[in-house]
Design a binder for this molecule. Structure first.
Ligand code: ADP
Length: 473
């Protein structure tokens, strides 16, 4: 059995702001089939501590970045967890990264340095009877782990997975003294990035292996236009960079058993799926009509997701008698834009601004099409849920969307990411909707597409094995 210490700031079902949590929450279970036992270190946010069963204190730290802390070992149904209980850092309401005013917590540098330094401690055997063979960090919040491993003496090897290069954990150089790293770490070959400290860079520069969440995104980010300032570094480290596409947790996302939806169904019971469309129309106050195409969106509302292009296309969408439901939160301009559209076109457009897990499931089960017009997309999960739920994903041809949606086979895709190309794609979707046999074929192909963790977990397990054997050599 291989012990892996995973490090992340989010893990479903305990704490989630996006796809990262879905991945870190599902991967450990899928890895178990490959004789890998993952234990995940997460910050002790209130939601995490409240849901940790039978926790015991595994490590006491009298002063961790300004206050006492301890590591609680516990579990939930499927996950083995270490929660870093440090009230001065994590015992706060709301979002893990931002305060009630929407601005980043002012001490984020300290909060995620603490997580990383404890990860490195545990990696080096600080908890008796727990010695991981390797450390797997996720995204910038775990990035500094690689620096504490590198600059602190012998340590197990490491994997760093970047789920989104846009989130870089950048802080002023003035935080250096706080971190307890040697001054030499603030260098081009270390954690310095354009005069600042970048926690993402620490991961990308110092991990033994880098992965990202789809093969196509792994290629894209080595190009200037998509590298967000890191393409040079990623080209330089190209030999240890690979892409492994995300899977979905098919226990959580399964239309046959889903307790959030009006009627459970399978590919063989499309009439039961139709009940979910009716329920969704009712939930969003739309006209009850099985014969109009219903487009759905479940998304963070940010520039990345390209939903301004959808807003610009609403007249076209309404022109061909379609309906739209949207669940999302984020940028104020997009929130107000879609709310205004709902107010102008009640019965045709329905929005829920906010975060709502059950409604996300209901949209997947009831929509005919799921729109993902992203400008960039490391992997994307909503198009995978769509396939599993028999909604046709309509996606831009970027990043992991290219790896997971085959145009005309398991979904529809368009390029370039522009208002005009999206308009064409919406037209294609509306035309497809009028050809029930073709539509049903795409639905069935999507539902038959294996979007589970089986294959990706095998790839992670293979990567771990390679890393461990080259580390020994
Ligand atoms: P990202 O991680 O960039 O936000 P992904 O497609 O990888 O995008 O993952 C998004 C995840 O977050 C999916 O599980 C999706 O259902 C969920 N999600 C996004 N916005 C909301 C929301 N407003 N309410 C509920 N779930 C949401």
């Amino acid at each position: 059995m291989t012990r892996v210490l995973a490090v992340t700031s989010e893990i479903f079902p305990l704490i989630k702001t996006g796809g990262l949590a879905d991945v870190t929450g599902a991967l450990p279970n899928a890895l178990a089939a490959h004789d890998v036992k993952a234990t995940t270190l997460v910050p002790g946010y209130p939601a995490v501590l409240a849901n940790l069963a039978n926790a015991t204190s595994a490590l006491e730290i009298p002063d961790l970045f300004g206050g006492p802390a301890r590591v609680l070992a516990g579990h939930n149904d499927t996950l083995n967890l270490f929660a870093l209980d440090a009230p001065h850092l994590y015992q706060r309401p709301g979002n893990p990264y931002t305060g009630p005013d929407g601005a980043d917590w002012p001490d984020n540098a300290r909060r995620f340095a603490a997580l990383a330094s404890i990860a490195a401690w545990i990696a080096r055997g600080a908890i008796a009877a727990y010695q991981p063979a390797l450390v797997h960090g996720h995204d910038w919040q775990a990035g500094l782990t690689m620096a504490y491993l590198r600059y602190g003496g012998p340590a197990p090897p490491s994997v760093f997975t970047v789920h989104n290069l846009a989130f870089q954990g950048q802080f002023p150089a003035g935080v250096m003294p706080l971190l307890g790293l040697p001054d030499g770490a603030f260098a081009l070959e270390g954690i310095a990035h354009h005069g600042q400290v970048s926690y993402l860079k620490a991961g990308l520069q110092l991990a033994d292996r880098i992965t990202t969440v789809s093969p196509n995104y792994a290629q894209e980010i080595q190009i200037d236009a998509n590298g967000m300032g890191f393409d040079g570094l990623l080209r330089h480290r190209g030999a240890v960079l690979s892409g492994i596409v995300n899977g979905i947790d098919d226990a959580v996302w399964n239309p046959r058993t889903d307790s959030h939806i009006a009627a459970t169904y399978t590919a063989k019971t499309p009439a039961r799926r139709a009940m979910n469309k009716a329920a969704l129309q009712a939930r969003f106050g739309l006209t009850q009509d099985a014969k109009v195409p219903l487009f759905g969106v479940v998304s963070r509302l940010s520039w990345q997701k390209g939903l301004d292009l959808l807003l610009a296309n609403l007249p076209a969408l309404l022109g061909f008698d379609a309906q739209l439901v949207l669940l999302g939160s984020g940028e104020a301009a997009l929130e107000t834009g879609f709310m205004a559209a709902q107010a102008t076109h009640p019965g045709r457009i329905g929005c829920v601004v906010g975060y709502d897990e059950p409604v996300a499931h209901q949209i997947q089960a009831g929509s005919d099409f799921i729109l993902v017009p992203s400008r960039f997309e490391p992997c994307g999960l909503t198009q995978l849920y769509a396939q599993r739920y028999g909604a046709v994903p309509l996606v831009s041809s970027v990043g992991g969307l290219v790896d997971t949606v085959e145009d005309g086979i398991t979904g529809l895709s368009f390029s370039p990411v522009s208002v005009e190309a999206l308009a064409d794609a919406l037209n294609r979707a509306a035309a497809l909707f009028r050809k029930p046999r073709q539509l049903a074929a795409i639905r069935r192909a999507g539902m038959a597409h294996d979007v589970s963790w089986r294959e990706p977990a095998a790839e992670y397990a293979g990567l771990y094995r390679d890393l461990l054997s080259s580390h020994k050599a």
